[in-house]
Design a protein around this ligand. Structure first.
Ligand code: HH2
Length: 284
């Protein structure tokens, strides 16, 4: 029987001064690398390193500054030889190229290859995996007045079109994952509709990445500050897994690992072998 988990946890490593929930915490490369090591010990199989915040209204960063922020961290993590792939969270081909040279094996592009015309060719040529995410507009303006005919159908059509674009650029379909972009040009109602009907995005046929972690719609629902939203995030993780998402981009890896171990065991038949964090078990 395979012992491989039926899901992947992507741990967030933000090397930024201004990310919405952890800006400034891991700006120091030594702290970022130590954080990455901890996330892997908690269950992350991908580490998503980002040097530019995409929060609503965030100031853009040029490629040179972004490279200066992230490359030492990517190199440092790759040098640890952890059992995890390094992902670079960027919309810019020069940043992705430098990160791949430094050991990254996955490009997480929240613009789905629309921002930089060189990105799709780079991912094709370098043979790495990628995530294509839906975003309405750009980070600076995306939350001003987002409108859709039907948010789920519109996001689905967008992702199908971007998948076709990426395949036409020479990226094998097996290396492409898709993300509905929770919080990127979406109201609370849009985010909830996408979660409720996530199976429609899953039906495209590529692994779906879900990025709800600590996002502001969870704050609106619970009244909690960003750093206190791990439980709310876990609720979306359970729901997302049940509806077919398989990659979970989160800040709180340990809580997510617990939630996924339970939901995956519950839905699987027979119960898949998971690796509990401790061996103490009770019968109830
Ligand atoms: N969300 C954020 C950044 N990158 N990538 C994907 N694929 N999906 C997401 O939902 C997603 C993403 C925003 O979260 P965070 O990195 O914590 O914040 P910031 O952009 O402010 O750095």
């Amino acid at each position: 029987m395979s012992t491989e988990a039926p899901y992947t946890i992507m741990g967030v490593v933000n090397v930024t001064p201004d990310s919405f929930s952890d800006g400034g915490t891991f700006e120091d490369p030594v702290a970022a690398i130590a954080h990455a090591r901890r996330l892997v010990s908690e269950g992350a199989a991908i580490l998503d390193v980002g040097g530019e915040s995409t929060r609503p209204g965030a100031a853009p960063v040029d490629a040179a500054a972004e490279i200066a922020r992230v490359i030492g961290v990517v190199e440092g993590i790759a040098g640890l030889r952890l059992p995890a792939r390094v992902s670079i969270d960027t919309m810019k081909a020069p940043v992705a190229a430098a990160a791949i040279d430094a050991g990254a094996a996955y490009v997480n592009d929240v613009s789905a290859f629309r921002h930089d015309p060189g990105m799709a060719g780079l991912v094709a040529d370098r043979g790495v995996g990628c995530c294509l995410m839906h975003m309405l507009g750009e980070p600076r303006t995306m939350q001003l007045d987002p409108r859709y005919d039907d948010v789920v159908s519109d996001v689905k059509a967008f992702l199908e079109a971007r998948l076709a674009f990426a395949v036409a650029a020479g990226i094998p379909e097996e290396r492409i994952q898709l993300d509905p972009g929770i919080g990127f040009g979406k109201t609370l109602e849009h985010n909830l509709a996408l979660l409720r009907r996530l199976d429609e995005i899953v039906a495209i046929g590529r692994p779906v990445v879900l990025g709800t972690s600590r996002k502001s719609f969870l704050g609106r629902l619970t009244g909690r500050e960003a750093a206190e939203r791990a439980v709310a995030t876990a609720a979306t993780t359970v729901l997302g897994y049940e509806r077919g998402a398989r990659v979970f981009r989160v800040h709180d890896v340990a809580a997510t690992a617990d939630a996924l171990a339970v939901v995956a065991a519950t839905l699987a038949s027979p119960w898949p072998p998971t690796t509990p964090r401790t061996t103490t078990t009770r019968t109830s």
